[in-house]
Design a protein around this ligand. Structure first.
Ligand SMILES: Cc1ncc(COP(=O)(O)O)c(C=O)c1O
Length: 377
């Protein structure tokens, strides 16, 4: 079993300072309007079994890194769906169905978004068709089927599954609920991001400490943009925003670097499957290009050990179930602190209150077991 000493040599792959940083609440709330954020909270907090997810403290890690607090928002407890995605897709389904019972919902997914959409449809008694690529694990598919959705496997990658979802949805007049926005597809992704902002609304009531730094995992950037919108709306002080990606899929970092939306080539999929994305969503790009202070990337190397160390109480007094996408925020924070220069650059010190998002639990049960056994070696 690993000790906390084993993190001493963890490092980042890349760190980029955003030369175009200019956080303006007004601009952010122009892209993700305040009225939608308020409605998302009002609606979701009225759902049966709604409860704020725990804001935990990684006290052992904070001591080791010599910062004031390391908060960890534990989304493994979100509505039994085991990830923050429960807030997005299900809310969008409710908003667009507007009480109608005769519509059919569809979506393409890497896993957690589809689970949220299927659950949202089931809550409202709607039929649901979910499309997944050949890379989505059987255990993720089983989780989606639990909520009564028809699941279709499509050969090839996520984009193939999306194309098939669009083709059949057009033909059959199904309502597509995607979390990725383009220039011509904005409203539904906007609703999903507004759902994610609830994490910040909850945190604003869970601590009276000013958060100084937030590490935000990104795939297409939806979660990060939703959280940033929450910060613009609910936080009194603006923390430093650090975007975290797998080094094999650093589309946010590359876009911010060039001040231009960039599509990258993924040579090998990261184990952090939900974050293995080659291009940012359109609205998140508009938000994060100015709202992020830094972008960092990390390798897959320490993902398994981090999951095991969370579970084995190496970072906190309590055991925490954090899946693969919950780990890179912790890995990045450690990587930054292990280097005197980057720690100074990001201004992390004994006064800092850091927020990490534990965005998923054991959403993929089989993979999670593998992570634990590998991480404990
Ligand atoms: C399970 C999971 N899926 C996906 C993502 C990425 O979200 P997005 O594609 O909205 O950036 C995350 C976190 O970043 C995650 O934890």
């Amino acid at each position: 079993m690993r000790s906390l000493g084993s993190i001493n040599n963890w490092s980042l792959t890349k760190l980029l300072k955003n030369n175009y940083y200019n956080f303006k609440r007004k601009n952010i709330l122009r892209f993700i309007p305040s009225s939608i954020l308020l409605n998302a909270f009002k609606t979701i907090s009225s759902w049966k079994n709604y409860k704020a997810t725990p804001l935990l403290k990684l006290d052992k890690l904070k001591k080791k890194l010599k910062v004031n607090n390391v908060f960890y928002k534990d989304e493994s407890k979100r509505f039994h769906l085991k990830s923050f995605k429960a807030l997005g897709g299900a809310y969008a389904v409710e908003k667009i169905s507007k009480g109608k019972k005769n519509i059919i919902i569809s979506s393409a997914t890497a896993g957690n978004h589809g689970r949220s959409v299927a659950w949202g449809a089931k809550r409202l008694g709607l039929k649901c068709k979910i499309f997944v690529s050949q890379y989505v694990s059987d255990s993720r598919v089983q989780e989606i089927k639990k909520y009564g959705a028809d699941v279709t496997r499509v050969k090839g990658d996520y984009e193939n599954s999306l194309r098939e979802c669009i083709r059949l949805s057009k033909k059959n007049n199904w309502k597509i609920v995607q979390d990725v926005s383009t220039k011509n597809y904005k409203l539904i992704p906007l609703l999903t991001m507004a759902g994610y902002s609830i994490m910040i609304k909850e945190i604003s009531k869970q601590t009276n400490q000013y958060i100084t730094h937030i590490f935000l995992q990104a795939g297409v950037g939806g979660m990060a943009a939703g959280v940033v919108a929450g910060v613009a709306k609910y936080f009194k002080r603006i923390p430093k925003i650090i975007i975290v990606e797998p080094d094999r899929a650093d589309c946010v970092l590359q876009s911010v670097k060039g001040n231009k939306l960039k599509k990258i080539k993924i040579k090998k999929e990261s184990i952090m499957g939900g974050m293995s994305c080659n291009e940012m969503s359109f609205i998140p790009w508009q938000v994060l290009r100015r709202a992020s202070n830094f972008c960092v990337s990390v390798s897959d190397k320490n993902v398994a050990s981090t999951a095991a160390m969370l579970k084995d109480k190496k970072f906190s007094k309590k055991s925490i179930v954090g899946g693969e996408c919950s780990t890179p925020g912790i890995i990045s924070l450690i990587g930054v602190c292990n280097n005197f220069k980057t720690k100074n650059l990001i201004e992390l010190n004994e006064k800092s209150n850091v927020l990490l998002i534990g965005c998923e639990g054991n959403a993929d049960v089989k993979l999670y077991k593998q992570l634990l056994s590998k991480g404990r070696k």
